[in-house]
Design a protein around this ligand. Structure first.
Ligand SMILES: [Zn+2]
Length: 538
């Protein structure tokens, strides 16, 4: 016999009681670890004394599937066996030992080699390496255990596939949704409005392509987006969230893509844009690394010469230093400034209008108060205008009634002229009244939106492409000029009001009177933002 290499017997030998339970479906009907331990202890106590003599029982537990490789406790047993410390192994069933061919093979081989004398089951069956029938049966048990796990696994896979095909969500409920039961008892996912809004906003931010995942994570935490369990979202989790096609209304499993039955949170276009933005960005570089490229001609031709009003021309000196100069050959303005100084000033200037969530909340309250006060005065105006409108309307009726009479007298022309005047007056009054009616507190929300957008556009200004930067700059500032070495930044209403006063005292009081300007600003900013967002401006 070639395998004469009888195990070198260690000083201490044990009976190993191996208890194993996995959380997976393979073990749904199996004994608990405690039950297994009790059965094994009983069995051990029932062994003939000479078998137990100086071979104590060592109970070990493992909570892991035996279908996959890499069970540490099981690995230890094999190592102990190689050292000659294992006399025999006791289990409740051979399928505790292994459900995969590799572990089954390793174990059976140790029986055959005599490193382990026997495998006992608590029901009284003993497998030894000396009996080829035992080995055959044990190998068969291993193979059957494997097949059983594999088939169950396949069934689970199959179930998941068919559920995907039924267009149901698999796995945990994504953020922004909640699980509800329909009257027929079926589960479905319903949008959770508050968190859904935050998720949408994250996609919006990501779609700009100007945020790193790190930056988005910070943004998510700033706006208070949390997981279902109330934990803050980590970078990796956020990345998964943004990559999840569920949010555009799809369910996917194992290559099957189906239109889900749930309401999507973002459009296909925004989702795709986010994917491009995520792929286009190196994960290790939150922001473009090449400063020279990013800062090259930062202002493009947006800077005006303070003397002649023409655009300042950017140029590079020594390949590195960027200057803006007035190249007007007739006026010889002599204006020339270095770019880095201007960028720092721009940063400071725009930084002055960054308002946090809380500050915006406070602002909204004050503006609504201001609105209530001012519009009380407008109520009087409205009464007066309405009275005058009605008077004019009556007069038109009266004049019109006399038209026939006037025709008979040959003065119809004069009457018609009078009618025209009255109608014009009526139209004018109507318009003024409409203006009053339209002015709800909508403008208050526009002010808030202007500050929100200014935050978003600043990302594009400092980290976006040239076109994104230029468009965004033009949207937040009506004029960029230089005076001496200083950047003259004229922000648009209502950002200007805030920046001019440094936010002190009652800077927001005058906003009521510049509502039209505010609407104009927000329109420009929304336009810029939507172009950036849809990816038209790469
Ligand atoms: Zn000039």
């Amino acid at each position: 016999m070639p395998r004469k290499r009888r195990r070198h017997q260690a000083r201490d030998q044990f009976w190993i009681g191996y208890c194993r339970k996995s959380s997976e479906s393979e073990d749904r009907q199996v004994f608990t670890l405690q039950d297994q331990a009790a059965l094994i202890r009983d069995y051990y106590e029932g062994l003939p004394p000479q078998e137990r003599l100086s071979r104590p029982l060592r109970l070990v537990e493992e909570a892991q599937s035996a279908y996959r490789l890499g069970r540490p406790v099981f690995g230890n047993i094999l190592q102990m066996a190689a050292r000659g410390s294992v006399h025999g192994v006791i289990v409740v069933h051979p399928n505790r030992v292994s459900r995969n061919h590799s572990d089954s093979g390793a174990f059976v081989q140790r029986l055959v080699d005599g490193q382990i004398s026997c495998l006992d089951t608590t029901s009284g069956k003993r497998y030894t390496g000396a009996d080829s029938n035992d080995i055959f049966m044990l190998t068969l048990e291993g193979a059957m255990s494997w097949k059983d796990s594999r088939d169950k696994g396949d069934r689970i896979l199959q179930a998941m596939r068919s559920r995907a095909a039924e267009r149901k969500n698999m796995g945990p409920v994504p953020i922004g949704y909640r699980s509800v039961y329909r009257p027929d008892g079926e589960r479905e996912l319903e949008v959770e409005p508050e968190r859904a809004a935050l998720v949408r906003r994250l996609f919006d931010l990501a779609a700009t392509g100007t945020y790193s995942v790190q930056g988005l994570t910070a943004e998510a935490s700033r706006m208070g987006l949390r997981t279902r369990l109330g934990k803050s979202i980590q970078k990796s989790g956020l990345h998964l969230l943004l990559r999840n096609p569920f949010f555009k209304g799809e369910v996917r499993f194992d290559g099957i893509v189906a239109k889900g039955t749930h309401e999507p949170l973002v459009t296909e276009a925004v989702w795709e844009r986010v994917q491009r933005a995520l792929f286009g960005r190196r994960t290790d570089a939150g922001r473009p690394k090449d400063l020279s490229v990013r800062e090259l001609f930062f202002f493009g031709n947006l800077l005006r010469c303070p003397k002649c009003g023409r655009s300042l021309c950017p140029y590079r000196a020594k390949g590195r230093y960027v200057y803006y100069e007035c190249k007007n050959t007739t006026t010889h303005c002599g204006v020339c400034v270095a770019q880095p100084v201007l960028i720092e000033q721009l940063r400071a200037g725009l930084g002055a209008v960054l308002l946090g969530e809380e500050a915006l909340g406070g602002l909204r309250t004050r503006l609504l108060e201001s609105h209530a006060k001012k519009s009380a005065g407008e109520a009087d105006d409205r009464r007066i205008l309405t009275a005058e409108y009605e008077r004019t309307q009556r007069e038109i009726g009266e004049v019109f009634a006399r038209r026939g009479e006037a025709a008979a007298l040959g003065v119809q022309d004069a009457v018609d002229l009078r009618l025209e005047d009255l109608k014009r007056r009526r139209a004018e009054l109507r318009q003024r009244l409409d203006g009053l009616h339209d002015r709800g507190a909508v403008w208050v929300e526009k002010v808030i939106r202007a500050f929100e957008l200014s935050r978003l556009l600043q990302e594009a200004i400092f980290f976006g492409s040239r076109r994104q930067r230029e468009l965004s700059l033009a949207a937040v500032a009506s004029n960029l000029s230089v005076e001496g070495k200083d950047l003259m930044l004229t922000l648009r209403t209502p950002l200007r009001q805030r920046a001019d006063t440094g936010g002190r005292l009652v800077w927001w009081r005058g906003l009521y009177d510049v509502q039209t300007e505010i609407l104009g600003t927000v329109e420009k900013m929304e336009h810029a933002f939507s172009l950036i967002q849809t990816g038209i401006l790469a």
